[in-house]
Ligand binder design. Sequence first.
Ligand code: PXG
Length: 468
Amino acid sequence: MSHISNHLPTAELQALDAAHHLHPFTAERRLAEKGVRVITRAQGVWLTDSDGQKIIDGMAGLWCVNIGYGREELADIAARQMRELPFYNTFFQTTHLPAISLAEKVCEKTPQNLNHVFFVGSGSEAIDTSIRMVRTYWAIRGYSEKKAIISRKNAYHGSTVGAASLGGMTSMHEQGDLPIPNVHHINQPDWWSEGGDLSPAEFGWARAQELERTINELGEDRIAAFVAEPIQGAGGAIIPPETYWPEIQRICDAYEILLIADEVICGFGRTGNWFGSETFKIKPDVMTIAKGLSSGYQPIGGCVISDDIAEVLGQQEFYHGYTYSGHPVAAAVALENIRLLEEENIIGRAANVVAPYLKEKWEELEAHPMVGEARIIGLIASIALTPDKETRAKFAAATGTSGEIVRDRCFANNLVMRHVGDRMVISPSLIITPEEIDIVMSRAWQSLDEAEKIIKTRGLWKVAPPVC
Ligand code: PXG
């Protein structure tokens, strides 16, 4: 058996990595100068690096290891499936047991009318699939002009050409000539940064109204769908005001457009229910899923569609699919992951025991001099960093400067917390214990204190002039 626990010294691993391995969303030269951290093992919510340091993972990997690291059951099922049927495709009039069973299980979990799933290998592929599906749906029904998709600024839907186009991150659009045609972005419901003098409730409602205005401007007969994450994840764990989703739902009901809920982060327990759509009472026509579907143990995602859409799409061949659509090993692992989530009531326990405890501790962070709002639903939480809480001011330095300092202090203190601009985010595994939450919180406080000192020493504690 080959495994890599007996490895080269860290410095040599870092040099090799810098020489040949290109990292996602990374300025390679800058990383090579800093030196990459080499993660070698993980158990529960704990990572171990090549120097033997134990790091507490506040991000569940990349918002995905919902069940926690080290579940033998998932390793065993993968090995068994690899022996029995490591691969077979589902293109040419064939299927296999893991795909059949997982499809049934996923559709049992998703809301009532979402009963058909197209498997893919990732969240980005799920989003690309949804773009082609909703446009094809309207075309088959005779409305081929209904192809525009309305998305939101600062949304994240993935990195393929289609998914990055739906995403609302301008820095991504600048690379690779994006977005693709017929994508429109409306404003996001981020009250802290953009709410001005409106109350959160007024602001949430106003931002939802932008959807209706855009539908009327573009014309209902040109719009295929509206796509949104129930909570924007990579955008900074932006929890919308309570008025936002009900108004969006009213608008989607009033017009003939489809609603795509991107549940790649929110799905499989993150918000305290199986799906963010349940938490916010959203009735999507299409749901994209990935990450928590397999708790990240295997790359797999899906695009789940309503009975109505499946009925229409079923009239023709849909020229779309990936070699690894419904991959048997990934599907078997995802099925076992869902079985464990169900049998051990992991989502219920996270919602009723762990989330209230984390909420109490997380909201205490608002007492820190550098923390503006602290927001949390289920096990997804964020704080806004600010040099002046009263005015909700931004730092004068380039966005992300303070966030990166806090992130680096967290990492140095063996806590993984993500920064998004000047927001800090956590999204731990659902199996995190109250004792482990105490460790996360004490490291977070310490890191914020250290970062505050660094920011002040470097002369960065300055308020940005207001934007007119
Ligand atoms: N939709 C949403 C809502 C996501 O969060 C994707 C789609 C794309 O999934 P794939 O599997 O293609 O990556 C995502 C992915 C971050 C970060 O830094 C977030 C994601 C991926 C990588 C980094 O917060 N989300």
